[in-house]
Ligand binder design. Structure first.
Ligand SMILES: [Zn+2]
Length: 184
C-alpha cells in the first residue's frame, strides 16, 4: 500500500467554502430514487453483463435523441452472480430485431415489460442457432450486404461467436451488434 505524502503542502482554498448541500448524504426513500427511477411504461433490461449497458442501448437504437427517460445502472451487485448492468427505458417497446441484436451483447439478460408501474411480462432473451436479418456482416465484400440480408450461425456459446453463412467469417457477437453493423 502506498500513499501520497504531499498533503500538508497542498494549497488550501482559504475563505471559500463549498456549499453545505453539495456532497451531502441523502437518506431514506430519496436514496433509492436517486439510484434508479421507477418507470410507468417501458422496459427494463436486467442482468446485462457488467459494462455492457451503453452498447446495449446503442443496439436497441436508444440514442441521445430518444425522448423517454433512460436510467442506466452499471456494475451493480447482483444476487445472481457478481456485477450486472441494468437499463430502464421509459416509453420503449422492443421489436424482435432490436431484442435479437441486444441478445448478441447480453445473451443472459432478462426483459421486463412495465405497464402502469407493474411488471406485466418477464422473459429471458435468447440467441437462436441461426440469426437471420438482424445484423449486417462486417465484411464489406460479403454478398449479403448488397442484398440487405444476412444469416449467421452460432458456432460457440461461451463466448458467443457466430459465422456468416455466406462469407464464412467468424465473429464475436459483440462485433456484430455494434450500431455500424445494425440492419434496418
Ligand atoms: Zn458475410
Amino acid at each position: 500500500m502506498t500513499e501520497k505524502h504531499d498533503d500538508k503542502h497542498q494549497p488550501q482554498a482559504e475563505g471559500k467554502t463549498k456549499p453545505q448541500t453539495e456532497g451531502k448524504a441523502v437518506h431514506g426513500a430519496d436514496d433509492e430514487q436517486l439510484r434508479v427511477n421507477k418507470i410507468e411504461n417501458g422496459i427494463v433490461l436486467d442482468h446485462l453483463p457488467p459494462g455492457s449497458a451503453l452498447k446495449v442501448l446503442d443496439a436497441l437504437g436508444v440514442t441521445a435523441e430518444f425522448p423517454g427517460t433512460v436510467s442506466i445502472l452499471m456494475k451493480s451487485p447482483s444476487s445472481r452472480h457478481g456485477l450486472k448492468d441494468l437499463v430502464k427505458i421509459e416509453g420503449k417497446a422492443l421489436g424482435k430485431t432490436e431484442l435479437d441484436r441486444a441478445a448478441l451483447l447480453a445473451p443472459h439478460s432478462t426483459v421486463n415489460v412495465i405497464k402502469g408501474f407493474k411488471v406485466v411480462e418477464k422473459y429471458r432473451v435468447s440467441v437462436a442457432d441461426e440469426v437471420k436479418d438482424v445484423v449486417r456482416c462486417p465484411n464489406n465484400k460479403c454478398v449479403t450486404n448488397a442484398e440487405g440480408k444476412s444469416i449467421f450461425r452460432v458456432e460457440e456459446r461461451n463466448p458467443l461467436k457466430l459465422r456468416c453463412a455466406y462469407c464464412e467469417r467468424l465473429y464475436h457477437a459483440a462485433e456484430l451488434a455494434s450500431p455500424a453493423h445494425a440492419q434496418g
